[in-house]
Design a protein around this ligand. Structure first.
Ligand SMILES: NC(=O)c1ccc[n+]([C@@H]2O[C@H](COP(=O)([O-])OP(=O)(O)OC[C@H]3O[C@@H](n4cnc5c(N)ncnc54)[C@H](OP(=O)(O)O)[C@@H]3O)[C@@H](O)[C@H]2O)c1
Length: 313
């Protein structure tokens, strides 16, 4: 495992990390085994959130005796997950969420606390000015949080407007940004801004938050996701996008391996991948292998999908 600098935090994080959004409430033992497989593979960074079902409490159990593992968690100031949800942020709710996270994670300090899935310019403005951001800073001053950051909701903000505005303010140490080969526009927008402002970059959804039907987990599922983009008018409805051999050029890599390798070729701090299976996590560890993906394949992926500006799952 290689470790990369997480921007101005000066933390060094494993280039592949574990996204703990899924699985804790389905099969806790398997979730914990997956966390342990990740740690055995050298992973020292885990992403969770106060509203991922059972994730923080299962991590609290799994990470006993693994105090070196850096935990990133989040507070979501909305009453739902979609783009239409109302903003409900308040300093009191943020502080009580952070206290609950500390209790569930069995830590006396949160390594990183993010504003979770900020999705409109109006709600970013609220968060920065209604006491929420100030509360984060206060928690950092009190030593309850080491670093603060922000994540986006890319299904409604495929062009990363929130992060493009938030990073240059200098208010945040870390961002969580969507980057995968189907939605790679952060490479030319958010990543250079983060490099300039020395902000750490944790990538989310490197497999486009795949299901078995659609996403970067198999040729069939990747073709289905491309078909959805074509149907939505995000990609042209002609060859090569309609070809069944569209992803042939990725051989000998599988689609998920190529997708993770693509992210690791970029100037990011860590690529955070989710899985509910220890075997799959071990499989994913095989991609930590510079130069990850050759220039020809990276270029071909850029040529095919570099202009896409929206996320569809
Ligand atoms: N706004 C935000 O802040 C935000 C939003 C989304 C995600 N996140 C964070 O980012 C992390 C990563 O995103 P994600 O988990 O949503 O999506 P992802 O990593 O793009 O995809 C996860 C899916 O890929 C499958 N998978 C993983 N490795 C595989 C492999 N080698 N072969 C086949 N399938 C494979 C998993 O299935 P199995 O479980 O069946 O293996 C899972 O369904 C999350 O866990 C979360 O921590 C943050």
């Amino acid at each position: 495992m290689r470790y990369r600098r997480l921007g101005r935090t000066e933390l060094h994080v494993s280039e592949l990390s574990y996204g703990a959004a899924w699985g804790a409430s389905q099969d806790r033992a398997k979730f914990i085994a997956t966390v342990h497989a990740a740690i055995e593979g050298g992973v020292n960074f885990v992403d969770t959130a106060s509203d991922y079902p059972d994730s923080e409490s299962a991590l609290g159990e799994a990470l006993q005796g693994h105090n070196h593992v850096i935990i990133e968690t989040k507070y979501q100031p909305y009453d739902g997950w979609d783009g239409e949800a109302s903003y409900t942020g308040s300093a009191e709710a943020l502080i009580s969420s952070a206290e609950e996270s500390l209790r569930r994670l069995r830590r006396d300090r949160l390594d990183i606390l993010l504003a979770h899935a900020i999705r409109t310019l109006e709600s970013l403005d609220c968060f920065m000015n209604d006491g929420c951001y100030e509360a984060m800073v206060r928690l950092r001053e009190q030593g309850k949080v080491r670093f603060i950051g922000i994540s986006e909701l890319s299904t409604v903000d495929g062009t990363h407007e929130i992060l493009k505005l938030a990073v240059p303010t200098g208010a945040f140490d870390v961002v969580m940004v969507t980057l995968n080969f189907l939605l790679q526009n952060a490479v030319e927008s958010v990543l250079p801004l983060c490099a300039w402002h020395d902000v750490g970059t944790a990538v989310m959804m490197p497999l486009n938050q795949a299901s078995a039907e659609s996403g970067l987990v198999s040729v069939q599922a990747a073709l289905e996701c491309v078909r959805r983009h074509v149907a939505a008018g995000h990609l042209p409805s002609n060859q090569p996008y309609t070809n069944l051999d569209l992803f042939e050029f990725l051989t000998p890599y599988s689609v998920p391996a190529a997708a993770l390798r693509f992210v690791l070729t970029q100037d990011v701090s860590t690529c955070c991948v989710g899985t509910r299976s220890p075997e799959r996590f071990r499989e994913n560890l095989q991609v930590v292998d510079p130069p990850y993906l050759d220039t020809e394949r990276v270029e071909k992926l850029r040529e095919l999908f570099g202009r896409n500006q929206a996320q569809i799952r």
